[in-house]
Write a protein that binds this ligand. Structure first.
Ligand code: TXA
Ligand code: MG
Length: 319
């Protein structure tokens, strides 16, 4: 159903404005992807460097055909299995995609989000929507409308769709011939992609120094106070510490504040609650530093640890 809020937001998109909207992963900061001036406003509001390309959100496969070329059987397989959903597919771009969207790259990342408000906004706007996560560059990703308001108070419109369900940004893959390169880990895991593309060579981004995907920057998704990993939680912590843990069993944590992302290390729950927990600790003035328990790096744990390492990177102590 297209309600008045979506109509109003779509009008803003059509007029070249910016709308923050929910997806199943995180909130996006959207503009008409075919309007370079509107897209430029995204970079300005986010204070995002111009070398960091945007993901274009679509609501139908027809739009994929207009925006890209080289749509192979593998692309259709991925789209059929995972769209709408948290997977971004990078393909050669067509001429109608402005260079500002792709930061000058010949490719464009496309995703069909699994969120009714997002899909209706795209349909009602009658254009594909370019959208990065709706946060200031380098800071925590928003999973609630209030997180967007905190970081981007001057955005033209925020569509409030409550808390997002997945909680981590989409998995990004580049599909070329019989190869599929995983550029950013996410809710859809390496194993999920392997199963969907049985006769394809699937590999991880191997050379971070050749920054194909700026999402590979070492520091990203950072809270505004120090974040450290901690293995042993029953130790004495500095005063005014916050602790984020992922399982309650057998723990005796003494800290100013403790937030559990899950009762029992359920990775889907941890992913869904991770950014909210970090936002809560960031907002809590009685907390001076945050300690977080690591997660086993298997399956979805790979994406969770990818985000956490980047969030903690700038607070690491050089040894
Ligand atoms: O779940 C998501 O993907 C969210 C929601 C809003 O859809 N969006 C998101 O966008 O996480 P953003 O801007 O925070 O991250 C986009 C990343 C870029 O930093 C870059 O790493 C990668 O997507 N990317 C986009 N276009 C690319 C391209 N043509 N080649 C390689 N990487 C690309
Ligand atoms: Mg982001």
């Amino acid at each position: 159903m297209i309600n008045n809020d979506i109509k109003e937001a779509a009008q803003i998109i059509r007029n070249g404005g910016l709308v923050a909207f929910p997806t199943e992963t995180v909130y996006g900061l959207g503009a008409n992807a075919l309007n370079p001036l509107a897209v430029a406003k995204i970079f300005e509001l986010k204070e995002r460097p111009s070398f960091d390309p945007l993901i274009v959100h679509i609501a139908s496969l027809d739009t994929l055909k207009e925006l890209t070329s080289d749509i192979t059987d593998n692309v259709y397989r991925l789209a059929e299995k995972f769209w709408p959903g948290p997977l971004t597919i990078v393909l050669p771009k067509s001429n109608i995609v402005p260079d500002i969207v792709t930061s000058g790259l010949p490719t464009v990342g496309i995703r069909m989000p699994n969120n009714e408000i997002a899909l209706n906004l795209i349909k009602e706007s009658k254009c594909p929507i370019a959208a990065p996560s709706a946060n200031k560059f380098g800071q925590l990703s928003p999973v609630k409308a209030s997180h967007v308001k905190k970081q981007l108070p001057s955005v033209d419109y925020i569509l409030d769709g409550g808390r997002t369900t997945v909680g981590l940004e989409s998995t990004i893959v580049a599909v070329k011939g019989n190869e599929c390169q995983l550029l950013r880990p996410g809710f859809i895991t390496f194993e999920d992609i392997e199963k969907a593309l049985p006769n394809t060579f699937i590999f991880n981004q191997s050379k971070p120094e050749n920054l194909v995907s700026p999402g590979l920057l070492k520091s990203h998704y950072s809270p505004k106070k120090p974040l450290y990993f901690i293995q042993q939680l029953d130790v004495s912590l500095p005063d005014l510490s916050g602790v984020i843990a992922h399982g309650k069993k057998g723990k005796n944590i003494e800290a100013k504040r403790v937030i559990y992302t899950s009762d029992n290390f359920d990775k889907v729950q941890i992913a869904a609650n991770l950014f909210s927990a970090l936002h809560l600790m960031e907002e809590d003035e009685s907390i001076k530093q945050i300690f977080i328990e690591p997660v086993e790096e298997m399956g979805l744990g790979i994406a969770i640890m990818d985000r956490l390492r980047k969030a903690a990177y700038r607070y690491q102590v050089e040894l």
